[in-house]
Design a protein around this ligand. Structure first.
Ligand code: NDP
Length: 314
């Protein structure tokens, strides 16, 4: 293991809207931030198509393009971007220690967590077996491979609605499996689903198993009200049932709720440890939007700056 002796002012873990916004603010405040991008540089927006609800883009923008813009803006003010994963943290002393997956130890006066969230899976054995053989959690990444074929989407939130409408442009038929008799998705997204003729909603329907040996051929499903089982033929199976916060490395170190979201002080991004701030989807179980993530990233950088100036470090 190599330990750096330099003590940084601000290390940011994660490179979605929260991480980059924190970097823009920290860099402009002269804190020379370092971002560790994690395994998904750019975060969840890298696997989204049109972002229509981020202010400042009246015609919408592609998610990857938006993240590229965030990155360029952060770099413009001197942010250092390191394409590595932080695998361990030690917040026991005033100087925070972080270890990268390659074994390098980094020291910092402040840490901003912006590790975001990742897709959830159904937890079926057949889902693991057929992963990347027809099973996917990203229509935008993998939809193209199923052009002209029948597919299944599981979920009933905005993500499922978005994935189903996206796939409906490529596929003759999209089966949307909703486990209850209503969808959680916003009205506008539900309207889009309802207006799309080649999306068939299967209400009260859960997946028992995904079918296929080397490739997906369909799914065995059950109607949760009648108990009746049936088979839907499809070659693609897209899981869109929400996300879980990427906070496992902070377990036992930082306060988190029952779902793993980091707990911050009211009206603040301060965690239970001084000098460690949490922003974005890793601490927001309610809104989980790019714009709210950017907002809390900004708050975290301002709070880190305030702390370091109070201590006379910057
Ligand atoms: P959500 O948590 O909102 O929804 C998850 C959905 O998956 C729920 O409908 C849930 O069903 C269903 N689900 C969960 N577990 C299972 C399971 N085991 N089997 C079957 N279904 C299951 O997650 P989303 O990813 O959809 O959205 C997250 C946030 O991001 C939301 O705030 C959303 O508004 C936002 N978003 C906004 C978009 C936009 O504005 N363009 C696009 C995408 C997301 P149930 O309802 O029964 O609990």
């Amino acid at each position: 293991m190599t330990t750096e002796t330099k003590i940084n002012d601000c290390v940011i873990i994660g490179s979605g809207p929260a991480g980059y916004t924190a970097a823009i603010y920290a860099a402009r405040a002269g804190m020379k931030p370092i971002i560790f991008t994690g395994i998904e540089p750019g975060g969840q927006l890298m696997i989204t198509t049109d972002v229509e609800n981020y202010p400042g883009y009246p015609k919408g923008i592609m998610g990857p393009q938006m993240m590229d813009d965030f990155k360029i803006q952060a770099e413009r003010f001197g942010t250092e971007i390191i394409y590595e994963v932080i695998s361990e943290v030690d917040f026991t002393s005033e100087i925070k220690k972080l270890k990268t997956e390659s074994g390098k130890e980094i020291l910092s006066h402040s840490v901003i967590i912006a590790t975001g969230a990742s897709a959830k899976w159904l937890g079926l054995e057949t889902e693991t077996k057929l992963m990347n053989k027809g099973v996917s959690a990203c229509a935008v990444c993998d939809g193209f491979f199923f052009k002209g074929q029948e597919v299944i989407v599981v979920g009933a939130g905005d993500t499922a609605a978005e994935e189903a409408t996206y796939l409906a442009k490529l596929c003759p038929k999209v089966h949307l499996l909703v486990r209850r008799d209503e969808m959680r998705a916003s009205k506008i997204m539900q309207d889009r689903v309802n207006k799309t003729e080649n999306i068939e909603i299967h209400w009260d329907t859960s997946t028992i198993e995904i079918l296929g040996e080397s490739e997906v051929t369909g799914a065995k499903v059950v109607n949760n009200k009648t108990g009746e089982t049936s088979i839907i033929n499809a070659t693609g199976f897209f899981v869109a049932i929400g996300h879980k916060p990427n906070t496992s490395i902070f377990k036992g170190i930082l306060d988190m709720d029952d779902l793993g979201y980091l707990i911050t002080k009211p009206d603040s991004t301060k965690t239970n440890i001084e000098g460690v701030f949490a922003s974005g989807d890793a601490q927001d179980r309610i809104y989980r939007q790019a714009v709210t993530a950017a907002g809390t990233g900004c708050m975290a950088a301002l709070e880190a700056e305030r702390l370091l100036s109070e201590k006379g470090i910057i």
